[in-house]
Design a protein. Structure first.
Length: 556
């Protein structure tokens, strides 16, 4: 026997004092009205008094039916209601026929069921309501076995509740850790943002400075390159022409050298082979001239390897020679400022920087005061330096905005209602689903509810989480405990789901009750596109009152 059972027995000890002599169908609660053995006073209408012999005589004497606690004679009266027990003219003074149900839990059976020829074992396991054997019916007392099964289920339920309670504790810890993570991230984001703000300010200043410097330069012409660019372009072309010329001349020279060598060979042979005895004056003159020619130094310059190597270097491309025209054509180094201030190169570096700054400042001042034209506007493209600085600034600013948004969403997250003990933080994003009819229904805690056709096709949003509410429920708790029971329950409202044709936007109410597992028990479409889900979760185990059945007094 559990502690709870023991407590229930103690509570009923006083009431049991009358138990032995109570008329049939009277509960310990109402026994006091039946203790006078000679006269009976109608409970809700004390003016009406009867000889006690008329109690349970199968004739309804009292307007409130209280003289027939063990028959169905007054069953035409409306059922007793704890809220209006004294409304004697309309309702029965008693809740029903009291079944002692020894070995199980006592219960009231509606008076209409008394002696109706049907055993109501669900409420009256001892079969006492069929005491008259109407139609030969005999209801054996089955309380021992029913009570045993019930207690077994109850123990399983208690065990399950114990597990659920442990799970809840774990969830509370988990929720605490998750909250801490958010808080820590908020702290680190604050530091990151401070750093990012400084970075953005610095990069903004850098961008302004670069823009200012660029403004101070003589702008390039609309075609790009300016005077310097034109000069560089011409020089490059000229260099190319000279290189090509040199190559061509070297080729022609080599050809000529070959021909000279050939001619010299012919003349050498001629000189060696002519006959000096033929007094041919013309031949002799030619030989003499050849001898004079041959005596002179005819070494070609290019025969010296160094000269030839120089030529080889000269005909190599500019790039191979370490000359990159692009640097001078488009880059900032090629700007006219360098030409204008080239004399600075002769100054010591500190003075050069000082002078450069002054000159640029002067130029900016002259532009600002309208004395000098701001030629920077002629530029079709921004200088690389400005573009780079702007990109750095924009990137830093973007990062700062992202961090600020991140911080805000985490702050909002901390403000959000995650239920008692912040418990639903641990469940956020956990989804459970179940089939019902032609759909599979899915609930994602703190997010949304979805209806998915089993045959395939688009999913329907049944509402997004908006808030938590507390609602009262009053339902029988099934023996397996998978139900709402009665008392105050947490309900989650999901709204603004997919629009319902000819109806509202879909919405759902998720009513939660304690269970060992997160599971959907029941789904109802209460009105068109308005859904109600009954869901079990360990998250609410310590926040709900006991079930209806546990309130019934025990008479073991
Ligand atoms: C779908 C489902 C139903 C809903 C109807 C309304 O079939 O979402 O639950 O009742 O649309 O047209």
């Amino acid at each position: 026997m559990t502690k709870a059972w023991g407590a229930l027995v103690c509570l009923n000890a006083a009431a049991l004092a009358y138990a032995e002599n109570r008329p049939r169908g009277v509960s310990p609660e109402f026994a006091k009205h039946y203790k006078d053995p000679s006269t009976f006073t109608c409970i809700s209408d004390p003016a009406v008094q009867l000889p006690f012999a008329r109690v349970n005589d199968d004739y309804c004497d009292c307007p409130d039916g209280s003289d027939e606690p063990g028959t169905s004679a007054c069953s035409h009266l409306s059922s007793y209601s704890p809220q209006t027990p004294s409304n004697a003219n309309l309702t029965h003074a008693l809740p029903g026929f009291y079944c002692k149900n020894k070995g199980h839990i006592p219960a009231y059976v509606p008076f209409t069921n008394v002696n109706d020829g049907v055993c109501d074992y669900e409420l009256c396991c001892d079969g006492s309501e069929e005491w008259d054997g109407v139609g030969g019916v005999k209801c054996a007392d089955r309380c021992q076995e029913i009570g045993k099964d019930w207690r077994k289920l109850g123990e399983a339920r208690q065990k399950s509740l114990g597990n659920a309670g442990r799970k809840r504790k774990e969830m509370v810890l988990q929720a605490g850790r998750m909250r801490k993570e958010v808080e820590d991230r908020i702290w680190s984001l604050r530091t990151e943002i401070e750093g990012a703000e400084v970075k953005v300010r610095n990069l903004e200043a850098e961008l302004k400075e670069v823009e200012r410097r660029e403004k101070g330069k003589v702008a390039k012409g609309p075609a790009g390159g300016g005077k310097m660019g034109v000069l560089v372009g011409l020089a490059k072309e000229r260099m190319e022409e000279l290189r090509e010329g040199l190559v061509r001349v070297r080729e022609e020279r080599d050809e000529v050298k070959e021909r000279v060598k050939e001619l010299e060979g012919i003349l050498t042979t001629f000189k060696e082979e002519y006959n000096p005895n033929f007094n041919d004056e013309g031949v002799k003159r030619a030989v003499r001239a050849w001898e004079e020619y041959a005596a002179r130094d005819h070494t070609f310059e290019e025969d010296e390897p160094a000269v030839e190597r120089d030529f080889d270097e000269m005909v190599k491309s500019d790039k191979e020679n370490g000359l990159d025209w692009e640097e001078y054509e488009g880059g900032e180094e090629g700007s006219d400022t360098d030409v204008l201030y080239a004399f600075e190169n002769y100054l010591p570096p500190t003075i050069r920087t000082w002078l450069d700054t002054r000159l640029r400042d002067l130029r900016v001042t002259l532009i600002d005061s309208g004395i000098l034209a701001d030629t920077s506007s002629f530029s079709t493209t921004e200088s690389k330096a400005v573009t780079d600085a702007r990109n750095r600034f924009n990137t830093a600013e973007r990062e700062l905005t992202n961090s600020r948004n991140d911080l805000q969403s985490r702050k909002d997250d901390l403000e959000k209602d995650f239920g008692p003990d912040d418990i639903f933080r641990a469940l956020k994003g956990t989804c459970v689903s179940t089939d019902s009819g032609e759909y599979t229904y899915e609930l994602c805690f703190m997010e949304k509810t979805t209806q998915k056709p089993k045959k395939g096709g688009g999913h329907t949003n049944m509402g997004n989480y908006v808030r938590m509410e507390r609602i009262m429920v009053d339902e029988d708790l099934p023996a397996n405990g998978k139900g709402l029971g009665s008392g105050e329950r947490i309900a989650m409202k999901h709204e603004n789901g997919q629009h319902c044709w000819n109806g509202p936007n879909r919405s759902s109410t998720i009513v939660l009750a304690c269970a060992e597992e997160n599971e959907i028990w029941k789904i109802m479409e209460e009105e068109k596109c308005v859904y109600r889900l009954e869901v079990g979760t360990p998250a609410v185990c310590e926040t709900q009152a006991g079930g209806k059945k546990e309130e019934v007094k025990d008479e073991l």
